[in-house]
Each structure stands twice: as structure tokens, then as C-alpha cells.
Design a protein around this ligand. Structure first.
Ligand SMILES: *Cc1c(COP(=O)(O)O)cnc(C)c1O
Length: 385
């Protein structure tokens, strides 16, 4: 079976992790700070905070922005559930902004329309979480303008998009947002096993994130409410969590980061190759806008229902039977039972639901060989002929 995604692990990666095992620190040691600094420098951003996964990072981001019960946050319905769940962890309400029919990202025009309506009822969200779906950046300039106009914060869910860029600004630079979140899950662009990171240029957010990542505890005498009792002393200032990354993970991430440019180049090559291999089939292929560079986390095609002889499920099942590990990203979040219990129903976000009825994720990862990719294309041709 050719999987839809797969990590790339070298002997250097393994050696880097083993070296940490021989060291004094297994968690919160020097590798964490080195990894944070390296990612921050790569993105051209001031601060980085490593976490145990991106879901925890999204949660911390919402907390640092002060999200709580009574607040609302908006995101895309075509994303992993974590982009919405982070709002619920804070007790906030969730709403969605339908996707753009061309990029499959949260539609900035629809966002503008929805904000105009929300403003009439005094219900502006506290945070909007655009998701750079598949690695293609959202229309960030537009989203940032709306955020200044209406006064909401922006968290970029860039779980797919380390290595992508928008108008020359690397994703993670936070040029158009308050916070950006990366995931280092094995299927993503670079991996730490499990892992995530928050990026920001705002010192106030950075300080809150560091505090909340580790139980809300500080050892900084300047932040304490009374003089230190002695060298053992620390204070818990807030209700925080244990959302730390280990040094083992950070060492792996540092080593992976040295290859990120190769990964992105290879993913772009393979995406371009898919485009020519799949030409003429009844499929809508992904389109990347001219002012952005995709990290190509996912290669999603949409079956054209007007021109295909068979349905999407049949195509999907036939591909799996042919040993092609296709997948589907994503089930529209608002249609999950948990969100339906909040009043969402099929039909609420028609563009997202149309997308869901047609989408198939094809294999794409740096170690996918051209002959494997040819097999994927041949299988699709045979099924769609
Ligand atoms: C993978 C993913 C996450 C969660 O990442 P974890 O590191 O697994 O917690 C969040 N949002 C999106 C869009 C993702 O794809």
C-alpha cells in the first residue's frame, strides 16, 4: 500500500535523539530553546513556544488571547476538528465561515459578509482561525484588514503550512496575525513524533504562553507577588497545563528542520508532476494562487460529478483496492455529532459540503518516488476510463 503521507527519518535524526538520551536533560533542556530559536529564525518571527502537539498550542493560543465563556471564535469547516475544539476548551462558542470554491480555504469574502451581519447584532468574534488548507496560505492581507476593522484577533492554523509563504512573507512570520500554530505530527511537513509550536511577535502573548505551557508557574522573581522564600521557590500565577515538548522531540525537530527546504521543493515537484499526469481526467486539481507558495502538505483532487461515470466513494474504494492509500481531508466539522448538538446541520455551509462530496487525498510526501506516483496516476486513469 502506498500511504497518503509518510515521515522521512534519517540516521542523523536517530543520532540526534539518541544523543539527548545520553544527556542530562530529557525534557525542557537546551534542545527546546534551540529548536524554538531555529524555527523562529526560519520564519522571521520574534518568539516561538514549543508544545506537546498543535492541539495544545491552539488551546494555549486561545487562552493567551483571553478567550472564555461568552466569547465566540470562527474557523473553516474544512479542517481537522482541533481548529474548532480549541475554542470549546475555553468555553467559547464556535461558528464557521464557508470555504472558497477555488482554494478550499476559508473564504475572505464570506468572512466580510458574515462580519457585516454579526456587527449588526453586536456579535463580532473574539478570534478567527484561518487554516492554510493543504499548505496553501489563506488570503491573509484581507483577513488582517478585517481584523483591524472589526477588532478580532487572528490565529493562523498553519498545521499544514510550515515552509509555505504568502506575498514573500513566510508562514509563521505573523506578519498578518497575532499567533501562528505549527504541527509536527508525523504526517505533517516536519515531525517530532508529536509536537507543535506557537509563533508570535507580541511579547505579552509570548509571556502568557510560556506561563500557561507549564502549569501557570513562574520562577521569575520579578513576576512574583511577594519576595522569594528561597532558592526552591516558585509561584503559580494562573491555571496552566503541562503542554511541554520533550528534549528528545526538539532534537528530532532541529534535525528535520535542516531538510525542510528539500522537503518543500520535493513536494512542489511532485504536485507539478501530478498536474501533468492527471490532465484530461474528470478531476478538479488544486490551484495555488500566484502570490503564494504552498508547502503541499496534501494533494487533494475533486471528482467532477458532471463528467465522471462513477461516484467518489467507488473511486475511493477502487483506489484502496489497487493499493493506493488515499484518504479524505476533511469531514466538514459542523456535521460531526458533537457540533450538530450545538445546532449545526447539513446545508449550513454548502461550499464545504460540496467539496466533501467530491474530495480524495492522493499520496504526497518527500519519499514518494516517481514510479509510485505513476502507479497512482495509472490506477486513477484505469478507474475513471
Ligand atoms: C494536524 C492538525 C492539527 C492538530 O495537530 P496535532 O499536532 O496532531 O495536535 C490542527 N489543525 C490542523 C489543520 C491539522 O491538520
Amino acid at each position: 500500500m502506498i500511504p497518503y503521507a509518510r515521515q522521512n527519518i534519517t540516521q542523523e535524526d536517530i543520532d540526534a535523539v539518541v544523543a539527548v538520551l545520553h544527556s542530562d536533560w530529557l525534557t525542557q533542556g537546551p534542545a527546546i530553546e534551540r529548536f524554538e530559536r531555529a524555527v523562529a529564525d526560519y520564519c522571521g518571527v520574534r518568539y516561538a513556544v514549543a508544545t506537546c502537539n498543535a492541539t495544545a498550542a491552539l488551546h494555549l493560543g486561545c487562552l493567551a488571547l483571553g478567550l472564555g465563556g461568552g466569547d465566540t471564535g470562527w474557523t473553516s469547516p474544512i479542517t481537522f476538528v482541533a481548529s474548532a475544539n480549541c475554542l470549546r476548551y475555553c468555553g467559547a462558542k464556535v461558528d464557521f465561515v464557508d470555504i472558497d470554491s477555488e482554494t478550499w480555504n476559508l473564504d475572505a469574502d464570506e468572512l466580510a459578509r458574515k462580519l457585516e451581519q454579526a456587527a449588526q447584532h453586536g456579535k463580532i468574534p473574539k478570534v478567527v482561525i484561518p487554516v492554510h488548507f493543504g499548505g496553501q496560505p489563506c488570503d491573509m492581507e484581507r483577513i488582517r484588514e478585517l481584523s483591524w476593522q472589526y477588532g478580532f484577533a487572528v490565529i493562523e492554523d498553519a498545521a499544514h503550512a510550515i515552509g509555505a509563504s504568502y506575498r514573500c512573507a513566510p508562514i509563521g512570520s505573523c506578519e498578518y496575525s497575532d499567533l501562528t500554530v505549527f504541527s509536527f505530527h508525523p504526517v505533517k511537513i516536519i515531525t517530532t513524533g508529536e509536537g507543535g509550536m506557537l509563533l508570535t511577535n507580541r511579547q505579552d502573548l509570548y509571556e502568557k504562553l510560556v506561563l500557561l505551557r507549564s502549569h501557570g508557574i513562574t520562577r521569575d522573581a520579578d513576576r512574583m507577588t511577594e519576595p522569594s522564600h528561597g532558592p526552591w521557590y516558585y509561584q503559580q500565577l494562573e491555571l496552566g497545563y503541562n503542554y511541554r515538548m520533550t528534549d528528545l522531540q526538539a532534537a528530532l525537530g532541529l534535525c528535520q528542520l535542516t531538510r525542510i527546504d528539500d522537503f518543500i521543493v520535493r513536494r512542489n515537484e511532485l504536485a507539478a508532476r501530478y498536474e501533468s499526469l492527471l490532465e484530461g481526467l474528470p478531476l478538479t486539481l488544486p490551484v495555488v494562487k500566484e502570490d503564494r507558495r504552498s508547502s503541499w502538505h496534501l494533494y487533494v483532487v475533486r471528482l467532477d460529478p458532471a463528467h465522471a461515470r462513477i461516484g467518489r466513494c467507488e473511486v475511493f474504494e477502487n483506489l484502496r483496492r489497487a493499493g493506493i492509500g488515499v484518504n479524505l481531508h476533511y469531514i466538514p466539522v459542523h456535521t460531526h455529532p458533537y457540533y450538530r448538538r450545538m445546532g449545526f446541520k447539513p446545508g449550513d455551509f454548502p461550499e464545504a459540503e460540496r467539496y466533501y462530496a467530491e474530495a480524495i487525498t492522493l499520496p504526497l510526501y518527500p519519499d514518494l518516488t516517481e514510479s509510485m506516483q505513476d502507479r497512482v496516476a495509472e490506477a486513477l486513469k484505469g478507474i475513471l476510463a
